[in-house]
Structures are given as structure tokens and as C-alpha cells.
Design a protein around this ligand. Structure first.
Ligand SMILES: [Zn+2]
Length: 126
């Protein structure tokens, strides 16, 4: 069996796939995992829709699409997760084929019974 892109020990079709297709994620961590899988599968609309409305105006679709498509996503590592915060490392190869790590602490909000990505902090950055 092939694991889901997010690293969970179940297939994409039984993990992040249905969430990206419209099934609501029932925790911040699941939303985070599905957003990683959305980068892998270039589900750009999903990435925009799952960003909280208060932050959506700052998104540039083309930039998200470029970031998703120029990098080759290798692996997701959840460093820690609590109810509203998920720290993770996303491993990828950049356009030059160089190994990179995107390390982020993401904040999520639960608004009207739906989880949304709010914003990220980047540990290790000044
Ligand atoms: Zn998954």
C-alpha cells in the first residue's frame, strides 16, 4: 500500500484526498496534513479556501501555484501538534534540485465549525 503524501499510514484516498475534495478536516493537524498534500497535488484552490477569510486578501494565487509546482515535495514531518498549533517540517527539492526544509509553526482557527489556516511563524528565522 502506498502511504498518503502527508506520511500517514493509509492511502491518499483514505486520508487527505477526501478532505481536499470537500470533506471537512476535523482537527488542525488533519487540515495541516491535507494542506501539505494539496501542495504535492497542486490543489491551489484548496490552499486558498482553507486559509481563514481574514488572511485571504494577502494571498497571491500565482505565487502559491509557483511555490507548489516548482518544488518537489519529499516528505512531511509533524514536529508537534496541539489543538490550534502545528509545528512541522516539509522537506523538498527546490528548482535547482537542492534539498530544502520548510520549518513552520502554523496557527489554525476553528470558525463556524470549520478549521482554517491562519498564519505561520518560522522558527530559526530572525
Ligand atoms: Zn494524508
Amino acid at each position: 500500500m502506498k502511504k498518503c503524501f502527508c506520511g500517514a499510514n493509509k492511502p491518499f484516498s483514505g486520508c487527505c484526498g477526501p478532505i481536499i475534495k470537500g470533506l471537512t478536516a476535523d482537527s488542525a493537524e488533519k487540515l495541516m496534513r491535507s494542506r501539505y498534500s494539496a501542495y504535492v497535488t497542486h490543489a491551489i484552490d484548496y490552499l486558498i479556501e482553507t486559509t481563514h477569510a481574514s488572511k485571504r486578501a494577502g494571498l497571491v494565487r500565482k505565487e502559491i501555484e509557483e511555490w507548489a509546482k516548482t518544488n518537489v515535495w519529499q516528505q512531511l514531518e509533524i514536529v508537534s501538534a496541539s489543538e490550534f498549533r502545528v509545528e512541522f517540517k516539509a522537506y523538498f527539492k527546490d528548482r535547482k534540485g537542492k534539498n530544502q526544509v520548510h520549518h513552520e509553526q502554523s496557527m489554525f482557527v476553528y470558525d463556524n465549525a470549520v478549521w482554517y489556516y491562519l498564519e505561520g511563524e518560522f522558527p530559526g528565522e530572525p
